[in-house]
Ligand binder design. Sequence first.
Ligand code: FES
Length: 165
Amino acid sequence: MTSTVETLRQRVNKALRSQKPETVTVLSCLLAVEDELGYVPRQAAEEVARFTGSTVNDVWGVASFYTNFRFQPPGRHRVEVCWGPSCHIRGVMPVIQRALQDLGLSGEGTTGDNAVTLRYNTCLGACANAPVISVDHRLMGRITPEQASQVLSGLKSTEEPSHGP
Ligand code: FES
């Protein structure tokens, strides 16, 4: 039977190998890991070091420099709310306030039942559809506070999304 750590390493390596070889850097690897797992555990830093020919210290140096990276596992669902300039101008603040209220959070974090982790993002890359949120990697544009509330209430009772084959 495959151990949890072995499964985690397999997921990390799959994410690392999915990059275009000519664009691989420590930073690109960390982003791939964060995208796959929602955080960067110690084992992932070791795999990134091995994959890029760097040291684990160098990998941690990059990871700790950027605010993109988290080092604790997220909840079952990952929600990112964009508070970049376009989304700010197009009214994301009421969406954020509603999301925080519904989730019982005062800022970025994970709900007490571990169902949802909410994070802020400085641009989700869909400015034309601002305000934008991402729910388990699915972008939702022109979102209203009411729509966000409806989506979040649906997440509380659902299982973790699958990560594909
Ligand atoms: S600023 Fe929100 S998607 Fe770009």
